[in-house]
Ligand binder design. Structure first.
Ligand SMILES: C[S@@+](CC[C@H](N)C(=O)[O-])C[C@H]1O[C@@H](n2cnc3c(N)ncnc32)[C@H](O)[C@@H]1O
Length: 815
């Protein structure tokens, strides 16, 4: 059983816990497992877990005399042996043990968990009913025999000896209905009356889908990972917005789960089967594009050719060419974010949550046996975990967002290598950057510094004790107070340099504001990455992804390539030698300066990187780059027309805010052939100060192509509108780690225009909330300005995430 700490009960009045009767009778069904054991009431009792136990200092608000368990529930001798069976309390407890009480207890407590396990296991799609009042001694076989004797068809049964309840699942509603008719109220076996009930999930199970069929792709572990797909690692999701997290699943719900299954739910399959599974899942998603564009096609407008042809290819909008395999199947992740928390046994642990926090899961287990994680990352998690056993500072408590130690991120940098050399992973990882996220609120600076120094020492010594020693390039402390693990870009960061000279693994720390970085390689280019910038987590598979995008984009010297959501510039820079010019757009200021630095490192001179939210800058950028310039100096037409505005206040841009275009490139080019941009973004992503230099001559490009690689949420509607209405853009390669958002955006890009465009919409906000992404896109396509739609040409999966259900999807759109 899971032990929870004080915050679990934070919404309950303090005095409730102090009422001994309330505690012993435990009206909360979840706590019934730990009720006093009335069968052994004279000498033993089964301890109740203390609701106010604080693990980090071992105390609770009951004080030293607390009589509840501070760990696992256990059978203990009754402290004073004062059990009086005639007392009021004993009578109340005995009352709950009557038949009614027993039934209710079993339905609401232990047995319900079993029902859910049965439901979420082999028979996830089956319909469950529970049969109450079966003889205690019946085994599942007895139950099966009984059901067969009654002529009832069923899928599976589950029953534990010693329980009055059995669980039966059925193939269809019809089967279940017939069974209920045949069984409910039936007298049998010494005048027992059989009762049939629906399996009623408890509140948190009602709201969460405990598991998803493996062919879905919406599985998210960590709020942070959901943002960019960079760290999608767990298999449990809850997509109910109105969650109430007050009910927490106990240990028995999590009992069957292992970190391996949660983090890498496909690991039990062979790799070819995983690929097949992903292909089917992608096809399922792609069909939504056909169906939704068919529905959204305005009356009186002919269906596009590709929809008519879709019948021949299983209702797909275009051919799904296949799924490209990852060159490395195990240990491929170059970035792992390990949570800090307590295991089910109450041990300070660095690893992965056993489920989604929104599902109420807070237990963290060690990252053992997760095939996607490298040995090096696992070792660093273990070093940190050992350190935490003795740290006086508290661990993160997700329930009330308190605690000092929050998360460990291990980022690995690989040296340039051929895919064939990657078999020996350890040989190619040459750099490691560690980021420890903490929350310093309310703590003394001196104490924090001391602990951080001790941790740096532990990492230094721990890594050097391994054979061969683990690489350790830099160690960063990130201070973050928010609920999500994703720290804002301005979260304070402290760099702790650990220099390890040959034969000396001593610690050298400094507070110098010199940003540590990590280097990775794609093709033969070196990428220098700052601690929090995005970089694809599977470097070798990303190489294949970018090559595919380049091939499909049909590039040439007369191509102007827009790399939208460019991160550290990887796509644009790896394709720069195949095009005339690259314009990269990215909202993360440090990623943009990384992109610029990476261009310089690799001697690439035909790239401009613009810092800003794509939705804020793309309109004027496209205008500037695609129209014949009227001015060689000064403000562009787009800027003059105030087309670049903030989302929040539609503030007019000034000269200083002007989005640079080719004119600017010419006018401010320093003439020495160096390509550079200095850029800083503000919090809402609007570029406040962006000076761009480029050696590229101003040039009109014949071929205009965009490669978009947005975060999981997909592209902002403004970006879609600009792409759709910019008639010179004929080809678009869409890369996404979330096929659902790709499909939603493609609906808007591919739905034919009608005669009339709906102006705005009169849908209320609450109505949008209940629409699927595809439904919403269909709706939005009605207000898309009249423009030529794109056609889906082909699609391909690229497996960046072996052993998980996730897969990148690439689609070529043309018009
Ligand atoms: C999936 S990553 C792709 C990065 C890059 N293409 C790569 O392969 O490394 C998405 C990137 O989009 C950026 N991003 C998110 N929202 C954005 C927006 N509204 N405008 C511009 N960039 C955005 C993120 O910071 C992140 O770097």
């Amino acid at each position: 059983m899971e032990c929870r700490d004080s915050s679990d009960r934070q919404n309950q009045p303090e005095d409730r816990s102090l009422s001994s009767e309330a505690d012993d009778i435990v009206p909360d069904k979840r706590k019934r497992e730990s009720e006093p054991d009335t069968t052994q009431q004279n000498s033993w009792w089964k301890t109740t877990l203390c609701s106010y136990f604080r693990r980090f200092d071992g105390s609770c608000s009951h004080g030293e005399s607390c009589r509840y368990a501070h760990g696992e529930a256990e059978l203990r001798p009754r402290p004073d042996n004062t059990w009086d069976p005639t007392s009021e309390r004993a009578k109340k407890i005995a009352k709950t043990e009557t038949d009614e009480g027993e039934k209710e207890r079993q339905l609401g407590g232990v047995m319900m968990t079993e029902a859910l396990e049965a439901e979420s296991g082999d028979n996830a799609s089956g319909l469950s009913k529970c049969l109450v009042n079966l003889p205690m001694k019946w085994s599942p076989d007895d139950l099966k025999k009984f059901l067969s004797e009654q002529g009832v068809l069923f899928n599976s049964v589950k029953k534990k000896k010693g329980m009055y309840v059995g669980f039966v699942t059925f193939e269809s509603i019809e089967q279940a209905r017939t069974a209920v008719k045949a069984l409910d109220g039936k007298s049998f076996a010494n005048n027992r009356t059989l009762k049939v009930s629906d399996v009623v999930p408890r509140s948190f199970e009602k709201k969460s889908k405990v598991t998803r069929p493996p062919n879905t792709t919406q599985q998210v572990e960590n709020p942070s990972e959901a943002v960019d797909g960079s760290n999608i690692i767990a298999a449990v999701i809850d997509d109910d917005d109105n969650d109430d997290d007050s009910t927490i699943p106990n240990g028995s719900v999590l009992k069957g789960r292992s970190v391996r299954n949660v983090v890498t739910p496909l690991a039990h399959m062979t790799y070819p089967n995983q690929i097949e599974n992903k292909k089917n899942s992608l096809m399922q998603n792609l069909r939504k594009l056909t169906n939704n564009v068919r529905k959204a096609c305005p009356n009186g407008v002919s269906l596009p050719e590709w929809i008519l042809k879709s019948k021949e290819i299983g209702r797909l909008p275009c051919e799904l060419v296949g799924v490209i395999e990852s060159p490395l199947i195990n240990g491929y992740r170059n970035k792992c974010e390990f949570s800090v928390g307590y295991s089910l046994q109450g041990k300070p642990t660095v690893g992965f949550l056993l489920g989604n926090f929104r599902e109420g899961v807070t237990a963290v287990e060690e990252p053992v046996d997760c095939p996607n994680i490298s040995r090096i990352s696992v070792k660093y998690a273990a070093i940190f975990q050992d350190f935490l056993q003795h740290s006086p500072l508290p661990l993160r408590n997700r329930l009330n967002n308190s605690g000092f130690w929050r998360q460990l991120t291990v980022r690995e940098g690989r040296k340039p290598c051929k895919i064939s050399e990657a078999d020996n992973l350890e040989n190619i990882i040459q750099e490691v950057l560690l980021i420890v996220q903490v929350c310093t609120v309310g703590l003394d600076d001196g104490q924090v510094k001391l602990e951080v120094e001790k941790l740096a020492q532990a990492f230094s010594v721990g890594s050097s004790m391994e054979f061969p020693p683990l690489p350790l390039t830099a160690f960063v402390i990130q201070d973050h107070t928010g609920i999500s693990n994703v720290a804002p870009s301005d979260a304070p960061v402290r760099y702790v340099f650990i220099r390890r000279d040959e034969g000396d693994y001593g610690l050298h720390m400094t507070d110098d504001v010199v940003e540590p970085r990590i280097n990775d390689h794609i093709n033969n280019l070196r990428f220098s990455i700052s601690p929090t910038a995005f970089f694809q987590v599977n470097t070798l598979a990303a190489e294949k992804l970018y090559a595919l995008a380049g091939d499909w984009a049909d590039l040439g010297p007369d191509t102007l390539l827009f790399d939208i959501c460019c991160g550290t510039g990887t796509i644009g820079l790896t394709l720069a030698h195949r095009v005339g010019m690259v314009v990269g757009i990215e909202m993360n200021a440090s990623a943009i300066s990384d992109a610029q630095r990476n261009a310089e490192i690799n001697g690439i001179k035909n790239c401009n990187f613009v810092c800003g939210k794509a939705e804020d800058v793309i309109g004027s950028l496209m205008k500037d780059y695609l129209s014949t310039p009227k001015k060689l100096n000064g403000i562009s037409d787009a800027a003059e027309n105030n087309e670049v505005t903030t989302n929040a206040n539609k503030e007019k841009i000034s000269d200083a805010d002007h989005v640079p275009g080719p004119e600017d490139s010419l006018s401010i080019d320093d003439g020495n052939g160096s390509s550079g941009s200095k850029c800083s973004g503000d919090e809402d992503g609007l570029r406040k100060d962006c000076v761009l230099k480029s050696s590229s001559p101003q040039q009109q490009f014949k071929n205009v192509v965009a490669i978009v690689d947005p975060p999981r949420a997909g592209l902002h509607p403004t970006v879609i509108k600009v792409l759709r209405t910019q008639s010179r853009l004929r080809r678009l390669v869409y890369i996404s780690c979330n096929p659902e958002s790709l499909v939603a955006n493609a609906i808007e890009l591919c739905t034919p225009s009608g005669d009339k465009t709906e102006k705005g919409n009169n849908q209320k906000n609450w109505q949008w909330r209940h629409m699927s992404a595809a439904g919403l896109a269909r709706h939005r396509s009605k207000s898309m300005p009249t423009s030529e739609p794109f056609n889906p040409i082909k699609a391909m999966g690229v497996d960046l995430f072996p052993h998980t259900p996730h897969c990148e999807l690439v689609m070529l759109l043309e018009r």
